[in-house]
Structures are given as structure tokens and as C-alpha cells.
Ligand binder design. Sequence first.
Ligand code: MG
Length: 394
Amino acid sequence: MRVASIIVAAGRGSRAGSAGGVPKQYWPIGGVPMVAHAIDAFAVHPAVGDILVVIHPDDTVRYEAAARPFAGRLRPPVQGGSTRQESVRAGLEALAASAPHRVLIHDAARPFLDAPLIDRVLAGLEAHPAALPCLPVTDTLKRASAGRVTGTVDRRELWRAQTPQGFSYEAILAAHRAAAKEVALGEFTDDAGLAQWFGLEVALVEGSEANRKLTSAEDLAIADGLVQFRGGRKGPVMRVGSGYDVHAFGRGDAVILCGVAIPHHKKLIGHSDADVGLHALTDALLGTLGDGDIGAHFPPSDDRWRGAASELFLKDAARRLAARGGEIVHVDLTFLCEAPRIGPYRDQMRARLAEMLGLELSQVSVKATTNEGLGFIGRGEGIAAMATATVSLP
Ligand code: MG
């Protein structure tokens, strides 16, 4: 049983617009021209022999570039007519010499057909001269007039037709030849409609939700993103960095945590302002870049950082991330101390961090726990902080 496929790529759709004059059949989806996705699906299917693409006369160069990876697997392209119906007939006539038993007619605007769908259409042809992949209508359908709803349409008998539509080659060729002669006919928008007009019985087989028709520029952008996401070809990668710091208490009257001064009967000792939270977070950010730690960039031996506001360290790490094209997705900070109480200042700290890093409040988490009286933290000798930063990098 010889099975041929015809891919119709001759249209000049205006709905998707044209980016730089490139028709939508050749727009890249996941770095590959749309038409090449359909070619690939047929080329790898074991039952499909001849593959023929019907193209627009202006697209010869574009087609050759798109078809290059399939050299030897494709019949020479055929130039389409001014309507879809004429284009399909041109493809059918071009196959006359090889006379396949069955033909699958597909629109290039549906790049996501797959082997199970092709199998179902071919199975439908076992007992019928034509097979149409369809999906039920799930939305409630309304009838309306002049902006007012006038009724609800019974959707139980309604189906969404897709391609590839399968036919007995001889029968669909005869149908197209007859339709071309019939001057009174309007344009058939699909071959199943033409087959039915010719008196062929059309079997209904299950379509595929993934096999949607890409019509608008937005459809193309979504499809492109989907393929890139699946293939992992491009798109951002996520990285998570962690940081830890600890500072001891000394004599004083306030501690500075995340840039917020909290009254306390002690202060934290350090070369800078000893903002243990910002130090841990700075290390977490540097960790996402594999770019050393805070001590490497701002050594305590350097007098420039004596008493410095630690905001400077954090912002430096954020700049390093931005310079690599990265973005912070989320930061999470945990303080470990018996006192002072963090809770009353938590929201103030989150707001300050969001401000320093240019983030939404929802991207910033500040938490605290005691050490249950254990160890140096439990004895109230200092405060420790742990931080996690999640970033996306191109
Ligand atoms: Mg420190």
C-alpha cells in the first residue's frame, strides 16, 4: 500500500502578518521553519512514501532552505494556484505518475501533527475512501444578532476539522477534477468537504489538540516558546545559590539587619556595618554566578569597607548578575538568633530588600528562628543568617 502526502504551503495568509516579508509557513518555530515540522512528521513515518510540498512561486528560495535537511526524501515542489483547492489539485496531479493508493493532504499551518494522528487517519481509510481527523466542540456555542444573544447552538453534532485528511488517491483526484470543471462551485475550504460533495463517504477519526492551526502572530510566538521549552534549545536556565554568615555581639544599642536598625542592648561586631543578613544574601547571589564570595570582592583587610553600609555589597552582587543578563526570581533569608525579635521588623526588612534589589515584595522572604538555647547562638553570643537566591540566567 503506497501512501503519499501533500503539504499545502502555498497560501498568502494575512492574519499572521509577515515579519520582514516572510510568510508564516516559513516563520521559525524552535529555530526551524514551520513547514519543515510537517515535512519531518511525514518523513519519519514508516508508512509514508512520497512527500510533496505545494509552494507559492515567490517562495522557491525559502523552500529550498527549509527542505535542505530532507534532501532525497522529498518530491520536487509544485507551484500552487490562487486558491487552496487549486493548490491541492496541482499536488494531486503531480503524483499521477506514481499513482499512490492513498494520499494524506495536510496544511503547513499545522506543524504539530504526530505519528499517532497519521496512524488514525490511515486506519480510517481501511474501510472508507476518506478519513477526517476531528475534535469535539467543547465551548458552548451561541447565536447572536446585533450584539445580543439570540440562542444556544446544539454542539453535539458539531466537530472541528483538522488535517491531514486522508483519501483514496484515485477517488480524491477524480473529485478534484470534477470540482475544477464545475463553474458554479464556490471554493471548498477543505478536501473532506469536496470529497463529500463528490459523494465520497468521509469517516470521522480522532484529531489531536496539539495539532492546532497557527493563525495569528500570537499563535506563532506561543508555538515557538513551546518548542524551545520542550527542546531546551534556548530560554533561561534557573540557578539557586546559598549563603551563610555569622557575626558576634558586642557592646552597643542596636543591630542592623537588612538595612533596618533594630534597637537592642548589643550590636553586631564587624569590619563593615556587620549586617549579617545582607552578607549571607550577597554570598547567595554570588553563588548563582560561581563568582567567589563577599570576602573575595570586599576583603576585610581593605580600609575602604570599614563601617561601610552592606547594601553596597549586595548591590554589587546584583550588578554582577545583571551584567550576565540574569534576573533575580526570589530571595529567601533566615535569621538564627535568640534576640532581638525579628518578627516585628520582618516586613520592614522585606521592603528594604525589595527596594535594594528592585524586586516585588512577593519575591522577598525573611524568616527567623531561635536556636532553642543551644550553642553560641543559644547563649546569645551572636546572630547567624542563611540565604537562598533563585535567579534566571540566559
Ligand atoms: Mg559578614
